[in-house]
Design a protein around this ligand. Structure first.
Ligand code: SAM
Length: 270
């Protein structure tokens, strides 16, 4: 996979991609990430890439020509079928499903903005899509680009030490991950759940599934709405809710919908 990042701060993204899972994936040649600095595509002696906004107001706007040339240069390294993605707080919200989607592409170019953002005509002419990493405003698109690249790289075969690891992470199977523990068995008066040290692998797998279902129900019920439930999952969740005295929790439905004020409190599992 060939990834390009158009950024005014290439040193920032290179440093972050040098370490950990990303660094290993890039060292192994599983993907390549190249950076393109729009200043290298400016034509004046000051290497100008921004200008004052038409109509006045604060801040500077990234100019069309140097950015367009930088994006074209970055695109020339990405195979046919790649995409040009602008990072923007106004874009589609990035999530694991989009990371999966991007991991199947031959490559893509991420365009990181700064200042007030891009001349709107860049979006119109050159963006295949816009991605946001959340409903907040960053000073620049570099951190957002790094989030996207990291989430995608770790999905590529060979990037993680254990191939099953990404599937077991949160969102891998539409659920949040189960809790994890390591030695010592007792710390600060808190014990590891007995099942995890019992050596019964089937019981451990069952416990982890139950925790993942329960946590998702508690923390992100929206993920359960419309879930394609696997055999035994509803019973496991029912068990979790009973163990945590949650069967009378405001009458919320099994799929996380329906609050007490919307319907009569009653059994959660129907
Ligand atoms: N004026 C823009 C707005 O309000 O929509 C925000 C510009 S922001 C200060 C500068 C750049 O940071 C943006 O062009 C974009 O590339 C990046 N950025 C900021 N917040 C982001 C977010 N939530 N997701 C992705 N990129 C973001």
């Amino acid at each position: 996979m060939q990834i390009g990042i158009v950024t005014l701060f290439p040193q920032m993204v290179r440093a972050a991609l040098d370490v950990g899972v990303c660094g290993r994936a890039l060292n192994r040649g599983i993907a390549t990430v190249s950076t393109t600095d729009p200043r290298d595509h400016a034509t004046d002696v000051h290497r100008t890439v921004d200008d004052r906004p038409f109509g006045g107001g604060p801040g500077m706007v990234l100019k069309y020509e140097p950015l367009a040339r930088a994006i074209a240069a970055a695109r020339s390294n990405v195979p046919e079928g790649g995409r040009t993605i602008f990072l923007s707080p106004q874009g589609r919200r990035f999530d694991q499903a989009i990371a999966n989607e991007l991991s199947r592409l031959p490559g893509f170019v991420l365009v990181a903005g700064r200042y007030e953002g891009f001349d709107e005509r860049l979006h119109e002419a050159l963006a295949d899509e816009e991605l946001s990493v959340g409903d907040f405003v960053l000073s620049g698109g570099e951190v957002a680009a790094l989030a996207v690249v990291d989430a995608v790289l770790r999905l590529l075969p060979g990037a993680l030490g254990d191939e099953t690891s990404a599937a077991q992470d949160s969102f891998g199977d539409g659920l949040l991950d189960c809790p994890h523990y390591t030695r010592p068995e007792v710390v600060a008066g808190r014990m590891v759940p007995a099942v995890l040290v019992g050596g019964d692998h089937a019981a451990i797998a069952r416990w982890r599934r139950k925790q993942a279902l329960g946590r998702t129900w508690l923390r992100r019920p929206d993920l359960l709405a419309g879930r394609d439930w696997k055999q035994g999952e509803k019973a496991l969740l029912e068990e979790y809710l009973a163990e945590h005295n949650l069967t009378d929790n405001g009458g919320r439905n099994f799929d996380g919908t329906g609050c007490a004020h919307e319907r009569e409190p009653g059994p959660i599992l129907k």
